[in-house]
Ligand binder design. Structure first.
Ligand SMILES: [Zn+2]
Ligand SMILES: [Zn+2]
Length: 147
């Protein structure tokens, strides 16, 4: 891909609740989904986690790099603001990708979650009411062509 093509992409801002941490991520997410696994429920305190995946080097911390709280290993961890606890993103896939917690994005990304994953582990008290495809466990949901 040429530099000229890359300049067509926007950069999205993200922020924690208290404002101690800002990040910037390219609007080039490769996939996005709503994860209903029990780990994501506990990590977010919510019914599911909407996340968007992108190569790790396309996200950078623009403010508050010394205010990060890392839970996990170098190449597999959750990153939060250590002041307010906001769940910002996870480093996954042997450190190659990050899964951005979409609720911390300030700007509207081009991508939308394209499915529900780990529905077999879904909270009984939550009912999925949209028409997105549902997958029992993990699946790689890729960006639709032209989407
Ligand atoms: Zn914060
Ligand atoms: Zn999950």
């Amino acid at each position: 891909m040429t530099n000229r093509e890359r300049t067509n992409y926007r950069t999205l801002a993200g922020r924690c609740l208290c404002g101690a941490v800002d990040y910037a991520v390219a609007d080039e997410f490769v996939y996005a989904a709503n994860c209903h696994c029990s780990n994501c429920r506990r990590a977010t305190g919510s019914a599911f986690k909407p996340f968007a995946g992108i190569e790790r080097d396309k996200l950078r911390i623009t403010k508050g790099g010394d205010n990060l709280m890392i839970f996990g290993d170098e190449n597999a961890h959750d990153t939060r603001c250590r002041v307010c606890g906001s769940f910002l993103y996870s480093v996954v896939r042997d450190g190659a990708f990050v899964h951005v917690a979409m609720g911390t994005l300030v700007d509207d990304p081009t991508i939308r979650p394209t499915g529900h994953i780990f529905v077999d582990s879904k909270a009984q008290w939550f009912t999925i009411t949209d028409d997105l495809p549902q997958y029992g466990e993990h699946v790689v949901v890729s960006r639709p062509v032209g989407g």
